[in-house]
Design a protein around this ligand. Structure first.
Ligand SMILES: [Zn+2]
Length: 433
């Protein structure tokens, strides 16, 4: 895959995303999304440290040589600047202009780089419409660009208006951008004969590629687990999670086995047993969406929309991780072609994850091996209940033995594994870790 360019800088974890201008003459936009990954309560540290790449000192310290008051004044014209967190040395040319320092402050609960020094003078770090957008509906573009910035995309994304009239973003990169459930951005390759394009999908800007007017999301919206892209991968999933003790026991066993899993709990079990879920994310497992009601396919798109949003909020509340994005979804009973399920999934740019072998039904050593022999990958389904726990203990050696030939991944990890981490440049080493 050929890369025309690459994203010039991104700082995740300690927490900022740092982007550079692609439009000549436009000022830099540098976004910092650090505190969106910060737990809501100090006692909870829900996101795995390895994913957040937190350094021991996650925040920049105020530099004694830099007077930030002018930066704060400049920034206050644009942002409700709260607590000043510190300065971030940048020291590189952005959009053709020398940028020295960034001023990091809290804005409405998030950390942002609110000002930068250009030629030694503080200026507010705000996006401006690209000069070429003069003949485009500028208000719409500005709104889109603000949303992109809030999502962690910067002005390395050129905004255009699609034939439909909606704003779309064209990344100035070789690929498109996707968030993993933990909020980290990944760059995904684009077919050689297509161009990268992101579209607003009702919840997030979703990466994809375009040939002419036709746009395809970069990740599939439906998988069974036996697709060629997953060769060599086993995705172990656990649904419903009705009993907290049995769910804990299940997690203990898979963690002893060193297997990350994807859990699809029904939403009430998220708020009924809130103490389980922070540890689930800490251990590197994924939480997906499996609805509140677990009914038989009678869901409308409106129900799913409301229920999904509420579920994501519950995950934020119980884990303290406000950056967590549900990436994969599983319909109760696998009824993806009932109600409004799949059209809704597609409208959101999510992925329906089905399964290939189900514990208590058709998951035995022999059937798993024969399936793997044919398809070379598998989504395995279990439920944390006494029967499946007994199965897990019994099959433990067998499942561990598969690690020689296969890699266990969460569903999102498997989906994103064709991607590369976004290159990090110009960020102080101690900050990213
Ligand atoms: Zn279920």
């Amino acid at each position: 895959m050929q890369r025309r360019a690459f994203i010039r800088a991104l700082l995740i974890g300690g927490g900022a995303a740092l982007w550079t201008s692609c439009t000549s003459g436009a000022p830099p936009l540098i976004t910092a999304t650090a505190s969106s990954t910060r737990p809501a309560t100090p006692t909870r540290q829900a996101t795995p440290a390895s994913r957040l790449r937190r350094s021991p000192t996650p925040h920049p310290s105020p530099s004694p040589t830099v007077d930030v008051s002018a930066g704060v004044r400049a920034a206050r014209r644009w942002f409700p600047v709260g607590q000043v967190i510190g300065t971030l040395p940048i020291n590189r040319r952005i959009g053709g202009q020398p940028v020295g320092e960034g001023l990091v402050a809290e804005v409405e609960g998030r950390e942002r780089v609110v000002a930068v020094t250009l030629n030694g003078e503080w200026t507010a770090n705000v996006p401006r419409p690209a000069p070429s957008s003069a003949d485009l509906p500028s208000e719409q573009l500005e709104q889109a660009q603000r949303e992109l910035a809030a999502q962690g995309y910067g002005i390395d994304l050129r905004l255009e208006v699609a034939p439909s009239g909606e704003p779309v973003g064209v990344p100035e990169t070789g690929g498109t951008l996707r968030r993993d459930p933990w909020g980290n951005l990944h760059e995904l390759p684009v077919p050689a004969d297509a161009r990268p394009l992101v579209r607003w999908m009702g919840r997030d800007w979703v990466g994809g590629y375009a040939r002419g007017d036709e746009w395809t999301p970069d990740l599939p919206t439906f998988i069974e687990g036996n697709e060629p892209q997953f060769a060599g991968t086993i995705m172990f999933t656990a649904d419903d999670c009705h009993n907290p003790e049995e769910t804990r026991e299940f997690l203990t066993i898979v963690e002893e086995m060193g297997i990350p899993i994807t859990l699809y709990p029904v939403t009430p079990n998220l708020w009924l047993y809130p103490d389980i879920w922070p540890e689930v994310l800490q251990a590197g497992h994924e939480i997906g969406y499996h609805t509140t009601l677990h009914s038989h396919g009678d869901w409308s798109q409106a129900y799913l929309e409301e229920d999904f949003t509420a579920t994501e909020q519950v995950i934020h509340e119980v884990t303290g991780n406000m950056a967590y994005h549900i990436r994969t979804v599983r319909p109760p009973f696998g009824l993806y072609d009932y109600g409004g399920w799949q059209p809704w999934v597609e409208s959101k740019g999510l992925t329906t994850a089905m399964w290939d072998r189900s514990v208590g039904w058709d998951a035995w050593e022999r059937t798993i091996l024969s399936y793997l022999e044919e398809y070379h990958s598998l989504i395995l389904l279990a439920h944390p209940d006494p029967d499946d726990l007994a199965w897990l203990e019994q099959c433990r050696g067998f499942l561990e033995g598969l690690k020689g030939e296969y890699t266990y991944k969460t569903v999102s990890e498997a989906l994103l594994s064709g991607s590369r981490p976004v290159p990090v440049e110009g960020i102080p080493a101690g900050w990213v870790g």
